[in-house]
Structures are given as C-alpha cells and as structure tokens.
Design a protein around this ligand. Structure first.
Ligand code: IPM
Ligand code: MG
Length: 363
C-alpha cells in the first residue's frame, strides 16, 4: 500500500506530538512493506509569522494533493487579540472547508489504566465507549452573516444548516452505529432553535433507512449532564459543529486526559486527521506533551485512509499496553507520580514504537 500523507504540525506542542505519530507510522509501514510518502507544510501561527497567512497556498495545494493530512495543533497566545479571520484557527477552518470532510469522528473511550486520572468514579466510566460524530462544516463556525460591529457595539453569528448537510452527516453516523452497538443519540436544542428542529426532522428521516439502529434525541444541556452521569449508555453521538466541539472536550474526562483523544474527518476530498487537544503553548518544546492522542490519530489514518485495520488496531493495543506497563507522560501521572514511570514526549513515542514492532513482528 502507498499512502501520501501531508503533515501540518502547526503550533505549540503540534510538532512534538506529530513527530512521534509519524515515527510510529513509519515503523508500522516498514514492517508491513507499505510506502509512506511524507511531506510537511506550515499552518496556523507559524504560517502567520513566516508567510503572513494562517493557510499558505502551497500548504493547501499539497494538502489537496495528498491521501491524508495529519494536523498537530494551531494557536498561540501572541495571536489572541487578532480578529477571528486573522488568527491561527482561521487556517484550520479554511483547510477543513477546502478538504471538504464534514463528518468529524471523535472517539472517546475509557482506558482502564487511566481511570484514576478521571474525576468521575471508576464504575461510571469503566467500559464507556462513545463515538462522537461532529458535523464540521456548518453551523456557527461557517454561517453568514457574522460580524462584530464596533460602532453599534453589536456582534452576531449565524447558526445555519441545510437539510442536505444534516442528512449526509447523519447517514455516516448511522452507518458507523451499524458497525458498533447500533445506538445513535442525536443532540440538539430543538426546544429553542429552529436549526435544531430542522436537524431533528432530517435525522428522523434518515433513521428510516437504518431500522436496525435505535435512535434517541437529547437536548444539548441534558446531554452535557448525561455524559458525566451515565456515559456507558451512549454509543454513537451525532451533533452539530459547536455542540460537538464542546461535548467532545467534556468527554475527555472519560478518557482521563484530553491528550489521549484522536479524531478523523471524513466524507470530503481528502481526510483530515487531528488529535483533539490544542497547542498547549505553556508546555510546548519541553518534552512534556502527551503524544498518545497524535499516535492514536495516526492509527485512524491507517484505518480510514489506508484500509489497514490490523495495523491500526496494533497501534491502539500498543498504546493500551504501554499504559498497562505503567508508562505515563506527566499529564497522566499527576495523581500518582510515584507509581509510574514518567516519560518525555519522545520516550513515550519510542515506547509505543517498540511495542507495536514486537506486536506486528511476532504476529
Ligand atoms: C477543535 C478545536 C477547534 C474547533 C479550534 C482550534 C478552531 O477546538 O478541533 O475542537 O473549535 O473546532
Ligand atoms: Mg475543540
């Protein structure tokens, strides 16, 4: 298999964690005799500083010419006072929109070994396994008009969806539910918002094509509570852009650390892969970042763009194994540092690499 991957490492801890993800991917590819064509381009704050724009034209061209894009993180404190369309985050939204993927898959599952990191009781999270399907190209993030009018001291954004936009992402969510526990929970705010009423009606229509999947609806405020109270009751959770942004961070609590969560965006011309965590400028460059979210994102590249399910699963099992053996990055060792071997970003990457190698070579 041949896979052309563009790495846009971005800002903060992005370069450190994507380096580890790439080295794990290279190891796995070499063992299986697969060819990875890797290229790297700038995005986000680093691109603003160097090229004057958060998404340079050559980055976009290279992205459109690849099979998959692996993105690290964007954002930095020095850009915080810029208007939204000039910030590093604008580069991310532009690349998302240009690549066209509208279904952002964000798995959030409990690692037994990390239960101690979660403020939730172990019996609440043990066995929890939710797949968020976040609509990524609509809603408040892209809706027009949007403006902060400094003369009138008013600002507005537009939450807008067409039925077609809901139908296409709902279909993907139902298809994924069919391969899992056959439950789909659609999250909206249909008691207040017309957009949510359209959302709910469209989801109900799509549900008729998937009679084997049990559909339920929850309001987003109630859902925020259910995720904390009874995460195990949920399988696939489908929701619009902003609600999905918020709920998927909240679900980091199930996993034990936001640093563990991968994501894949599918449905467009080129799939886009990013860990859910941000650029964490406060710990950047210090070897403190947790590369496991990025490494697990690499596994999703193999699964969704490479068709290499075994290899993807091997990376996921290796991450679990390394945790079982007591290895932790500092974010995961806060509660019990003495019980664990605390590793730097590169040491953790190397540990996963060794483990996956042993696993695949002996298989
Ligand atoms: C995420 C992030 C982004 C988003 C930011 C960085 C624009 O929070 O991927 O969840 O809001 O989508
Ligand atoms: Mg977010």
């Amino acid at each position: 298999m041949r896979l052309k991957i563009l790495v846009t490492a971005g800002d903060g801890i992005g370069p450190e964690v994507t380096n580890e993800a790439v080295s794990v991917l290279k190891e796995v590819a070499q063992i299986g005799g697969h060819t990875l064509e890797l290229d790297a381009k700038r995005i986000g704050g680093i691109a603003i500083t160097t090229d004057g724009t958060p998404l340079p034209a050559d980055t976009l061209a290279a992205a459109l010419d690849s099979d998959a894009v692996l993105l690290g993180a964007v954002g930095g404190n020095e850009f915080n006072s810029l208007p939204p369309d000039k910030r590093p985050e604008a580069g991310l939204l532009q690349i998302r929109s240009a690549l066209g993927g509208f279904a952002n898959l964000r798995p959030a599952f409990a690692f037994k070994e990390l239960a101690v990191n979660s403020p939730l009781r172990p019996e609440i999270i043990d066995g929890a396994d939710i797949l968020f399907v976040r609509e990524l190209l609509g809603g408040l993030y892209f809706g027009q008009p949007r403006e902060w009018n400094k003369t009138t001291d008013e600002a507005w954004n537009t939450m807008r969806y067409t039925k077609g936009e809901v139908v296409r992402v709902a279909r993907i969510a139902f298809q994924l539910a069919q391969k899992r526990r056959k439950k789909l929970c659609s999250v909206d705010k249909a008691n207040v918002l017309e957009v949510s009423q359209l959302w709910r009606a469209a989801v109900i229509e799509v549900a008729a094509e998937f009679p084997d999947v049990a559909l339920e609806h929850q309001y987003v405020d109630a859902m925020a509570m259910h995720i904390m109270n009874r995460p195990k009751d949920f399988d696939v959770v489908l929701t619009e852009n902003l609600f999905g942004d918020i709920l998927s961070d909240e679900a980091g609590v199930i996993t034990g650390s936001l640093g563990m969560l991968p994501s894949a965006t599918i449905g467009g011309k080129v799939n886009l892969y990013e860990p859910i965590h941000g650029s964490a400028p406060d710990i950047a460059g210090k070897g403190l970042a947790n590369p496991l979210g990025a490494i697990l994102t690499g596994a999703l590249i193999l699964r969704h763009s490479g068709g290499l399910e075994n290899e993807a699963a091997a990376i996921e099992s290796s991450v679990r194994k390394v945790l079982e053996q007591g290895f932790r990055t500092p974010d995961l060792a806060r509660t019990n540092p003495q019980g664990f071997t605390v590793l730097s970003t590169t040491e953790m990457g190397a540990k996963v690499r060794e483990t996956v190698k042993t696993m695949l070579v002996s298989a």
